[in-house]
Design a binder for this molecule. Structure first.
Ligand SMILES: [Ca+2]
Ligand SMILES: [Ca+2]
Length: 193
């Protein structure tokens, strides 16, 4: 009886979260329910840790080397973990997936800003941008035909100064979002498509 009751309680709790969070995403009710099921299949305790996420991510992408996969996975985890408490909750997971799958360009770039700010100082430097794009390109190379490192570096060398109008070498959030959204060449290689 004890176990059964705790299961019923758990399921009620989940539905409560879903009815609160679902409407704040781009998902229809049945889609939010689908993603909730996926989440709890992998994370029964409802708290996805960074280590777990890095492991799932590593199993999913078999092409790139382990070091670059781990670095990128950590950054993606950070972008999901909005309140920065070290785990991704159902709420954060649904919001992240909704942004990635259904968000408009501005929403996706807001998400990408966290991904790109590797040292977490609230600014994206040219090195931050180059680093993350290299990692992502590395993952794509075997799967969907990424571009060469030289091509990638040339795009960043050309596009970054156009966005960095003050010439400080670092972009604030607004500057990053506005600038990248105007750059077709950068949008094409961003991990938000
Ligand atoms: Ca969190
Ligand atoms: Ca930074």
């Amino acid at each position: 009886m004890g176990i059964l009751w705790s299961k019923v309680k758990e399921s009620r709790e989940r539905k409560k979260v879903l009815s609160k969070v679902g409407p704040t995403t781009h998902f229809a009710r049945h889609e939010a329910e689908y993603w909730m099921k996926i989440f709890y299949q992998d994370v029964p305790n409802g708290k996805l840790s960074e280590a777990e996420f890095v492991e799932y991510f590593g199993n999913f992408y078999t092409s790139a080397d382990d070091g670059s996969k781990t670095t990128l996975a950590r950054q993606i985890f950070k972008a999901f973990d909005r309140n920065n408490n070290g785990h991704v909750s159902l709420r954060e997971y649904l919001h992240g997936m909704s942004t990635l799958l259904r968000g408009n360009t501005l929403e996706k770039l807001e998400w990408a800003f966290i991904l790109f700010d590797v040292d977490g100082d609230g600014l994206v430097s040219k090195e931050d941008m180059g680093g993350v794009l290299m990692l992502y390109n590395d993952l794509r190379t075997n799967k969907e035909g990424g571009i060469s490192e030289e091509q990638l570096a040339a795009i960043i060398d050309h596009e970054f100064p156009l966005i960095d109008r003050t010439g400080k070498g670092r972009l604030g959030k607004r500057q990053f979002i506005e600038g990248v959204s105007r750059s077709h060449r950068l949008l094409e290689i961003m991990p938000i498509r």
